[in-house]
Design a binder for this molecule. Structure first.
Ligand code: 9D3
Length: 227
């Protein structure tokens, strides 16, 4: 699968995709990530990408023209299996189910919003979806784009090792992961639950399910209320 990221801060992406699971997936050729500088599609001396909102108001907006021209240059004709996603604070909430949909695509193009927002014609006439990663205010769509790439890439066949592929399901079974411990069995007087050391696998399975339910009820009661 191929990811495109359109941004005014291409250097931002030097770090996030050069570690761990994502780096290995790129090396194996399972995913490709292309970063595009929005300013490459400006033609004035100052490489202007922003302008003031009609009707007045705070701050600046990203202009429509460089975004349209950039996307049209990346994909001269859009095929099935290609989607344009605008990352914006006004979008629908990104979740594991949407990530799974995106993981079936051939290519995903992520547009990073900045400043006070983006000319609405991008959401209306260019983007297939407008997506937010959660109810908090960020400075732009770059961190969200990295979040979307990471989440979607993990769902592509071969990206996770076979033993790990079930891990991707853990959010889809509607419960948070159960708490876990590693050695030593006692640290600063805090002991690991006895049942986990005992080796009775049926007892451990039941204990873990109950612990996951307890943690979910305490931290994410909204997950238990569904269906
Ligand atoms: C008038 C309120 N504006 C600023 C406080 C709204 C606003 C504009 C631009 C809020 C955030 C941003 C920049 N954020 C994004 O582009 C963004 C985002 C986010 O802020 N939170 C969660 N997901 C996303 S995806 C893109």
């Amino acid at each position: 699968m191929k990811f495109h990221v359109l941004t005014i801060f291409p250097d931002f992406f030097r770090g996030p995709f050069e570690h761990g699971v994502i780096q290995r997936a790129r090396e194996k050729g399972l995913i490709e990530i292309q970063i595009h500088d929005l300013r490459d599609w400006t033609y004035d001396r100052h490489r202007t990408v922003d302008d003031r909102p009609f009707g007045g108001g705070e701050g600046m907006l990203l202009k429509a023209a460089p975004i349209f021209e950039s996307v049209e240059s990346i994909w001269p004709a859009k095929r099935a299996g290609q989607k344009v996603v605008l990352l914006s604070a006004q979008g629908r909430k990104f979740d594991q189910a949407l990530a799974r949909e995106y993981s079936k695509l051939d290519e995903l193009l992520l547009i990073c919003g900045r400043y006070e927002g983006v000319d609405e014609r991008v959401a209306q006439h260019l983007a297939d979806d407008e997506v937010s990663i959660g109810d908090y205010v960020l400075s732009g769509g770059e961190l969200p784009a990295a979040v979307v790439v990471d989440t979607v890439a993990r769902l592509i066949d071969g990206v996770l090792g076979n033993e790990m592929s079930a891990v991707a399901e853990s959010f889809e079974n509607g419960l948070l992961d159960c708490p876990q411990w590693t050695r030593p069995a006692e640290f600063r007087g805090w002991k690991v639950p006895e049942v986990l050391i005992g080796g009775n696998h049926e007892q451990i399975r039941r204990w873990r399910l109950e612990a996951a339910r307890e943690k979910t009820a305490r931290h994410r009661p909204d997950l238990l209320k569904r269906d």
